[in-house]
Design a protein around this ligand. Structure first.
Ligand SMILES: *[C@@H]1O[C@H](CO)[C@@H](O)[C@H](O)[C@H]1NC(C)=O
Ligand SMILES: *[C@@H]1O[C@H](CO)[C@@H](O)[C@H](O)[C@H]1NC(C)=O
Ligand SMILES: *[C@@H]1O[C@H](CO)[C@@H](O)[C@H](O)[C@H]1NC(C)=O
Length: 285
């Protein structure tokens, strides 16, 4: 029943629709510097859930509870960055982030290829059933060569590599996810350096809790195994924040700053606060 969506049959030249399950559906369009352009170069490569790029969104056992989540600092096996929480009486409506596509160098003593992903999303922390996210994964090979790809995912549905949205390591990206309700959203991912953006109208997705917003660098899982984390150039999230259903703007003040720690207790990556709308993620070689 499932098949890899290598290219879409286009409903029109500027937008294309695709029903990926009986439920989740999306319509995609492409803009260049804000103007609609031909979307025929756009395709989505479906990556089945749990086989590739499963963003195991939960910190380690014992750290996935409110007490720790709401502390200023927490440790995770795969996340590094900031997680902001909505108050109990409000919810996250939208999340916005500008960040650079991970720019990698090989981490000595670890086999190549090595990786890092950077993304912006809603839920996945206090809400552990779903996560709507978009970002960029970079791979660095043994010769130091890098390639980067943009993707989106509404976990636990499959994720999609957005071929046609070209990105290079170090280029500035923006992600804007705006929920309409708990199961529909408009997701815009843009390569700010080239001016190309892809807009996805998502409907009938897995029910969001709208509890958390995240800005994360991730050492993700592939085929059930965690990939080797590369070293990376300082990765800033700038002019970033979230809005709540109740109409508030929230930034990083009061967010949980999540450090990535490996199974031996070594910290491989730390977020460093700067101000309410900017922070930097730093590689710990
Ligand atoms: C939350 O996590 C901390 C740290 O691992 C642990 O000590 C505490 O017992 C946990 N609390 C609950 C309610 O699970
Ligand atoms: C998700 O959170 C619920 C409620 O806190 C908890 O009972 C459940 O064990 C968690 N599941 C996972 C996979 O962490
Ligand atoms: C984010 O996307 C929403 C929905 O498309 C739009 O209304 C809003 O203006 C965007 N925000 C920014 C900062 O671009």
């Amino acid at each position: 029943m499932w098949s890899i969506v290598r290219s879409l049959s286009l409903a029109s030249l500027i937008s294309s629709a695709c029903t990926v399950t009986a439920q989740l559906s999306f319509v995609a369009s492409v803009k260049q510097h804000g103007k609609d352009v031909d979307a025929s170069g756009l395709s989505f490569v479906r990556i089945p859930p749990l086989e590739h790029r499963w963003h195991a969104s939960r910190p380690r056992r014992g750290q996935n509870n409110r007490t720790v989540e709401r502390d200023a600092v927490s440790y995770s096996a795969n996340w590094c960055g900031a997680s902001q929480h909505a108050s109990d009486s409000d919810g996250i409506k939208s999340v916005l982030g500008y960040f650079t596509a991970p720019d990698l160098t090989l981490r000595p003593g670890t086999p190549a290829p090595q990786f890092a992903a950077a993304w912006v999303g809603i839920d996945g922390a206090a809400c552990n059933t779903t996560l709507l996210q978009a970002g960029v994964t970079t791979i660095v090979n043994s010769d130091g060569g890098q390639s980067a790809s943009a993707w989106w995912e509404w976990y636990p549905e499959a994720s999609y590599t957005i071929s046609g949205l070209k990105v290079k390591a170090g280029e500035w990206m923006s992600v804007n996810i705006t929920t309409k309700d708990a199961s529909s959203a408009i997701l815009v991912i843009e390569n700010a350096d080239t001016g190309t953006s892809v807009t996805l109208e998502l409907n009938n997705g897995p029910q969001l809790c709208r509890r958390d917003a995240e800005w994360i660098l991730e050492d993700f899982y592939e085929s059930g195994k965690q990939v080797a984390l590369a070293n990376f150039a300082d990765l800033w999230f700038v002019d970033s924040g979230a809005t709540t259903v109740g109409g508030k703007n929230v930034g990083f003040d009061g967010a949980t700053m999540v450090h990535l720690r490996d199974e031996n207790g070594n910290v491989l990556c730390s977020p460093e606060p700067y101000d309410n709308s900017n922070f930097v993620v730093v590689s710990k070689p």
